[in-house]
Design a protein around this ligand. Structure first.
Ligand code: FES
Length: 176
């Protein structure tokens, strides 16, 4: 890896960490937080996640019902790569579009990929901006995922999961 690439990745990691730290306290909140809902109820109430502060190339991770949910603001190159890779032979055939959800006005915003950043082999947490397809990499046994979170190489049997969510405004989603 070239030194300037490493520096960029380090910057993204630091920037992403800042988003996570701020996001956990400010951007992500239960809808009825004053009622202190039990964990079971949280699944019904949902969790709103504000993405307005997320910048291109950053990833926000929140925990919902004990599992991580990642939202990546993909770069133009990542989006273009995901779309062109719709045409290749995929182990688990899903188009990039099918892994996105519409905004309230019915449009699809390909910049935001919402997914569960857990490897579908044995459940390790994946590493971002890594692997042979510049998406995610699982260091446990070497699974590679592309910029749509689709498995492309290694032992993972299926793509990374898309959690149950919907857009509730131009810049916020609700996890269910
Ligand atoms: S748990 Fe990810 S490759 Fe095995």
């Amino acid at each position: 890896m070239a030194e300037n690439e490493k520096s960029r990745r380090d910057f993204i990691f630091v920037a992403t960490g800042a988003v996570i730290a701020g996001g956990a306290a400010v951007a992500a909140r239960p809808l009825i937080h004053q009622m202190s809902p039990a964990a079971d109820n949280l699944g019904v109430i949902g969790l709103d996640v504000d993405l307005s502060k997320l910048e291109e190339g950053q990833q926000l991770t929140v925990t919902f019902l004990g599992r991580p949910v990642a939202i990546r603001y993909r770069t133009a190159l990542e989006i273009a790569t995901a779309l062109s890779d719709d045409q290749v032979a995929l182990r688990h055939k899903e188009t990039d579009l099918s892994r996105l959800r519409p905004k309230p006005d019915g449009t699809i915003d390909p910049r935001f990929l919402v997914f569960t950043p857990i490897c579908t082999h044995f459940g390790c947490v994946v590493v971002g901006e890594a692997g042979d397809f510049d998406g995610w990499y699982c260091p446990c046994h070497g699974a590679h995922f592309d910029t749509s979170g689709r498995v492309r190489k290694g032992p993972a049997p299926i793509n990374m999961e898309i959690p149950n969510y919907r857009w509730i405004s131009e810049t916020a989603i609700n996890l269910r």
